[in-house]
Design a protein around this ligand. Structure first.
Ligand code: CO
Length: 321
């Protein structure tokens, strides 16, 4: 989610100071409404898959906070003079089917004429006040767990350049098209300290926010970070989206990279993700059972990629061990 989501009209709201994934509105002593909104231009050619992926991505912020989505509204931009409306129906069907999978209705929405197609959802969810999973409450010595492989920004760029094969395309789409709902439900059973989802700012960008908000630093081992097939190959070949390069520039000064971390590895860790996995701060005593639970209920392997440590000058230390 963009930090712009934190801007308001001067009314004090919870969630304003931190970089939390959703806006939070306290209903009463027991429950809060959580609200997210996200939309973007097509990242794949297939309109149905685009609709599904955009919806999955929009729902992700609700799950990252441990919430239950209630309903969604469509946000659509479409060049109806240039592209057939059948294509738009197919995009919307992708969104509907993904919301059915998440067991929520799409209650309406708004569309405008636009030069480039855009699609996404505003999602409203609900959460118990004492169960809100924030991204600014990681504790030192927590394990850092990642639930999906990264590299979707680099890989979708490679797909657009026709550099991939069907097998890899399927793999990338599966990563972007898988809801974080099961992961979220499992997290609720454990005493995890903090959570966020990996999207546009990349692994290091979202981890940096967690560290700043939680007043801790983090160590990441590059070797342990799960990658989508051929991410390294394409990164070495310079197939890097602009957003990923900007992400690295933006956070570079907060990060200490060991000498063995070459530029392509820095870029992979900064790669802008669509609908990425959850990044979890988990107390060491909980890790083993949490991982077991996650890994018997997901197609992706959740792994420890580092740990939180006492606050240091650099927010993140990356090594190659
Ligand atoms: Co988010």
């Amino acid at each position: 989610m963009s930090k712009l989501s934190s801007f308001n009209n001067g009314v004090k709201t919870e969630g304003f100071e931190s970089f939390d994934d959703c806006s939070i509105y306290k209903l009463n002593d027991k429950q809060s409404i959580i609200q997210s909104v996200d939309f973007f231009t097509p990242i794949v050619d297939d309109p149905y898959l685009f609709g599904q992926i955009a919806a999955t991505n929009s729902l992700s912020d609700i799950y990252a906070m441990g919430g239950n989505p209630l309903f969604a509204l469509n946000i659509v931009g479409f060049p109806s003079e240039k592209i057939s409306l059948d294509i738009l129906s197919t995009i919307l069907q992708g969104g509907i089917d993904k919301c059915n999978e998440a067991k929520i209705p799409i209650l309406g929405g708004h569309s405008i004429k636009d030069d480039v197609p855009k699609y996404g959802l505003a999602v409203t969810g609900i959460i118990d006040n004492d169960k809100i999973l924030r991204n600014n409450t990681a504790q030192k010595s927590d394990d850092l767990i990642l639930t999906k492989p990264i590299g979707s920004g680099i890989l979708t760029t490679a797909i657009k350049k026709n550099l991939t094969n069907d097998l890899i395309n399927e793999e990338v789409i599966k990563v972007m098209n898988t809801l974080n709902d099961k992961t979220c439900n499992i997290l609720k059973k454990y005493q995890v300290n903090a959570c966020t989802d990996i999207t546009g700012f990349g692994l290091l960008g979202h981890l940096n926010e967690m560290c700043i908000g939680s007043n801790v630093s983090a160590k990441v081992n590059f070797k342990d970070v799960p990658l989508i097939s051929d991410t390294i190959k394409f990164a070495k070949d310079g197939i890097i989206p602009g957003g990923t390069k900007n992400n690295l520039k933006f956070i570079e000064n907060n990060i200490l990279f060991s000498n063995s971390i070459k530029i392509y590895k820095k870029l992979i860790l900064s790669d802008a993700q669509t609908s990425g996995g959850l990044l979890i701060a988990c107390p060491k005593k909980e890790t083993e059972s949490l991982l077991k639970d996650l890994n018997s209920n997901s197609d992706f392997k959740s792994v420890i990629i580092g740990e939180f440590i006492q606050k240091e000058k650099n927010n993140i230390l990356v090594n190659n061990e």
